[in-house]
Design a protein around this ligand. Structure first.
Ligand code: UDP
Length: 497
């Protein structure tokens, strides 16, 4: 086993490999990167020292996880830098806390964080850098320091390949849309295993249909990812093997598949927010696999109209449900139909704020998960063996839905009846009766539910095996550490960083 050593007088003194992690300003990036830092430090406590490089309000979100790792004797630290002044209020430093119409400022903060990143990295000179996709300049600083830079991707291999391959035909998509063919579907070229996916243009992420912050920085992000040491993905081989293999071939010099990063064992601590754990005792009053868990991730906004339809749909489904509703989006209770909470009180619980999602999914009373298909949630559902009802809202989520329903086959769509889109002007409201039909239809159906449940049951075994000793993700975490140690050791034939 290779070990990093001090290059001071006592050349036998072992010192830890100092790895810096730089996550983007969103809980769904902060959470898995912190989990990765903790997992690397736990995998080789004597060899790895992980430092999360974050802004002050984001540091607060990850501190409980970091403190747990430290209490277990693992070297995980937090290094703070100021959040750029981009006109957001005091303490507003991530997508969730920025109002919907101000989220663009968070993307502006990405560019403005560059000088802080550069000076911190030059000052602290870590042995290796793991930085989120948009922080493409870290590859350049790493090269200057002569250390490896890895890209952390919070999104899986299947959606990434789909988006890459569509980006290559983006100008055709844009011309078709300009010619008024926006309703048309495009077929995703070049997926491995002859997989054919078609997707309506309305469901494509905005960067594929018009210019936005992603399309503008795409070339930089891609070039920096390919020039860097490698890419780390929160996924596991048995979920999407042909796509991981293809991703490793075309999109990274070295690829490491280390998921699922969220494990139920870390679920009841505050993980990414002030967690409301009361819902766990409520769940314990419900029969096995009877409750529908409804949650749309860390930063999606629902209009009051859509939230009202969802409330009515859950009521009409007649199923027990646990629904996580944001308490910080300014909507108050406007969405709740008159008398609704009283009518559903015996079988529905609304969590306002932040739920302990990993613990909820691991709870035996949960029988289905209505999800927006955010990548972390896909991993977490698979790791818990809970079948899902898909309701994608933005970016990679429409591709993730297809992975769930057409590739891994552990879920079904909530709604097929109208136009879905991340662009508000294109999206139709999902009506209450469709929601009720999907939820009740799934919970009450025999064969279809059994089939999806059985498939989810297989996935949970595979996810567990992947992270257990000698599983594929366990091995990739160790391979990653070995490769970094190898690359940073003084040697005759240095590994190319
Ligand atoms: N999450 C949570 N409690 C909540 C809402 C979300 O713990 O009430 C966590 C969830 O477990 C996942 C992350 O927030 O780890 C959401 O990430 P995802 O990629 O699914 O969606 P995004 O936030 O990017 O839309």
């Amino acid at each position: 086993m290779a070990t990093a050593r001090n290059d001071d007088a006592d050349s036998t003194a072992v010192r830890r490999l100092r790895v810096f992690f730089l996550p983007f300003f969103a809980r769904s990036h902060l959470i898995p990167q912190t989990d990765l830092a903790c997992r690397m430090a736990a995998a080789r406590p004597a060899e790895v020292e992980a430092t999360m490089v974050v802004t002050p309000a984001n540091a607060v979100l990850i501190e409980p996880t970091v403190a747990r790792a430290a209490a277990a004797g693992h070297a995980v630290h937090v290094l703070r830098y100021p959040f750029p002044d981009v006109g957001l209020g005091e303490g507003v430093e991530c997508l969730r806390t920025a109002p919907a119409h101000e989220q663009w400022r968070v993307y502006r903060a990405v560019d403005e964080a560059r000088p802080s990143h550069e000076s911190l990295l030059r000052e602290h000179r870590p042995d290796a850098i793991v930085a989120d996709v948009p922080f493409w300049w870290t590859t350049q600083v790493a090269a200057e320091l002569g250390v490896p830079r890895l890209t952390f991707h919070p999104v899986g291999a299947f959606p990434q390949l789909a988006m890459n391959n569509l980006f290559a035909i983006r100008s055709d998509i844009i011309s078709a849309a300009a010619a008024g063919k926006a309703a048309a579907a495009v077929s995703v070229p070049g997926l491995p295993a002859g997989k054919e996916i078609t997707i309506p243009v309305s469901e494509l992420p905005t960067f594929l249909v018009r210019d936005d912050h992603v399309s503008k920085s795409w070339d930089h992000m891609k070039a920096s990812q390919l020039a860097g040491f490698g890419v780390v993905l929160n996924t596991f081989l048995d979920l999407e093997r042909p796509y991981c293999e293809e991703f490793g071939r075309v999109d990274a010099r070295r690829a490491y598949f280390v998921g699922p990063l969220g494990q139920p064992s870390s679920s009841t601590v505050n993980r990414g927010g002030d967690t409301n754990v009361d819902c766990l005792s409520w769940l314990s009053t419900k029969p096995s696999r009877s409750v529908v868990y409804v949650c749309f991730g860390s930063f999606a906004y629902f209009s009051a109209t859509q939230a009202r339809e969802l409330a009515l749909g859950l009521e009409a489904s007649n199923q027990p449900f646990l629904w996580v509703v944001r308490s910080d989006d300014g909507s108050g209770n406007q969405w709740a139909p008159e008398g609704w909470e009283q009518r559903v009180a015996d079988r529905g619980l609304v969590v306002r704020g932040w739920a302990p999602q990993l613990a909820v999914l691991a709870h035996p009373s949960v029988g289905a998960y209505v999800t927006h298909c955010g990548w972390n949630s896909v991993q977490e559902a698979a790791a818990a063996g809970v079948p899902v009802l898909t309701w994608p809202l933005s970016f990679d989520q429409f591709f993730n839905e297809r992975l769930i329903t057409e590739v891994a086959e552990f879920g079904a769509r909530v709604w097929d009846g109208g136009k879905r889109s991340e662009r508000e002007e294109e999206a139709e409201t999902v009506p209450a009766d469709a929601i009720a039909r999907a939820v009740a239809g799934f919970m009450e159906s025999g064969e279809r539910r059994d089939k999806l449940q059985a498939r989810a049951g297989e996935l949970v075994e595979r996810a567990r095996a992947a992270v257990s000793e000698d599983g594929s993700s366990w091995r990739d975490v160790h391979r990653l550490i070995d490769d970094l140690v190898q690359a940073t050791l003084p040697q005759d034939n240095p590994v190319q960083v």
